[in-house]
Design a protein around this ligand. Structure first.
Ligand SMILES: O=P(O)(O)OC[C@H]1O[C@H](OP(=O)(O)OP(=O)(O)O)[C@H](O)[C@@H]1O
Length: 314
């Protein structure tokens, strides 16, 4: 970390700046480095420290503390704080890079409300009631965002003042397809936004990394003429999504007419889906860090279906 970086206004970031390392740690590091690596005696090191290093720190470095967004007590030994920052940076970089690589990946704009909802539904201590409440709020936002990617036609109406308002008309040939069971949690939000929408179902059995098996499907017979909103809150390895999307394409739905809506996406799943189907759109509310050794999304929110439908142990 460059100690002088945030002393210069141009170098202060719009994201966050970090101020680290306390005085004892700095002096101890300097003594160790200058005696061991540079062969100086301790008296010279302390003399230089008190005459030049400390005054320069007080004049130039310390005042920059007020510009820091994060101050890490105990400096480099504070592994918990450093791990948190590393994780945050990785998430940001991952998100940024994925959206750059795949122009059809849309991560909804994060706000403190959205972060708050995520915090609640990811917390293992959250009650079922709260989990459902906040998951529903997030789902509604994802659905509304997803609908924004449908084609539209221009429409003019006459307002009660007799004026012409030039707006747009919603796309009418739509249907939802939920991946049983978790995807069914998104049906209400879709119905609340699209009156009378047809909703098909797909059941895929998931076992380990490659055990995907299509068990059941019931889709509108005219699905090939419709834009499809595919519903599943979790994109993990991407295997379930690939199965579901392959079935839709087999039924004649053009790839570019599919919008996959989910709450969280693991980068691995995004790569798999976007590489197989470069023309489908993915709308998600957060990109995850990755998958664990059991192919579960991390940090994730646990078994979404069990928590949402109340079939977990509690
Ligand atoms: O991207 P993948 O690695 O395929 O994982 C994602 C799938 O896992 C979850 O379902 P789960 O199998 O837990 O079933 P459930 O919805 O019945 O709880 C989720 O709803 C997806 O369908």
């Amino acid at each position: 970390m460059t100690v002088l970086a945030i002393a210069l206004p141009d170098c202060r970031s719009s994201k966050f700046d970090i101020f680290s390392a306390d005085a004892d740690v700095r002096l101890a590091r300097r003594i160790r480095r200058d005696t061991v690596e540079k062969g100086r005696d301790i008296g010279t090191v302390l003399d230089q420290y008190s005459k030049f290093v400390k005054p320069a720190f007080d004049d130039f470095i310390l005042p920059t503390k007020k510009y820091a967004d994060i101050i890490i007590p105990r400096g480099g030994d504070n592994h918990v704080a450093i791990d948190l920052i590393v994780q945050h940076i990785r998430t940001k970089l991952g998100q940024h890079d994925l959206c750059k690589i795949y122009p059809n990946l849309y991560v909804i704009q994060s706000t403190f409300q959205i972060r708050g909802m995520h915090t609640l539904i990811r917390d293992s201590q959250t009650t079922k009631h709260d989990f459902v409440f906040y998951a529903d709020r997030l789902i509604r936002l994802v659905v509304e965002h997803g609908l924004g990617h449908l084609p539209f036609t221009e429409k003019q109406v006459i307002t009660p003042t007799g004026s012409v308002y030039t707006g747009v008309d919603f796309c009418k040939r739509l249907c939802g397809v939920s991946v049983i069971r978790s995807g069914e949690s998104m049906e209400n939000a879709l119905r609340a936004c699209c009156k009378g929408i047809k909703i098909g179902k797909i059941l895929i059995h998931r076992e380990g990394d490659n055990g995907q098996q299509l068990i059941y499907e019931k889709l509108p017979t005219d699905i090939s003429d419709r834009h499809v909103l595919l519903l599943d809150p979790i994109l993990g390895t991407g295997n379930s999504a690939v199965q579901a999307i392959s079935l839709l394409i087999k039924k004649g739905v053009p790839e570019s007419n599919i919008i996959f809506l989910n709450l969280i996406s693991a980068p691995q799943g995004v790569h798999v889906v976007c590489k197989h189907f470069p023309r489908i759109k993915i709308v998600t509310s957060e990109i995850e860090v990755g998958l664990n050794e059991d192919y579960r999304v991390i940090p994730g929110m646990g078994e979404f279906g069990d928590r949402y439908f109340g079939t977990d142990d509690e």
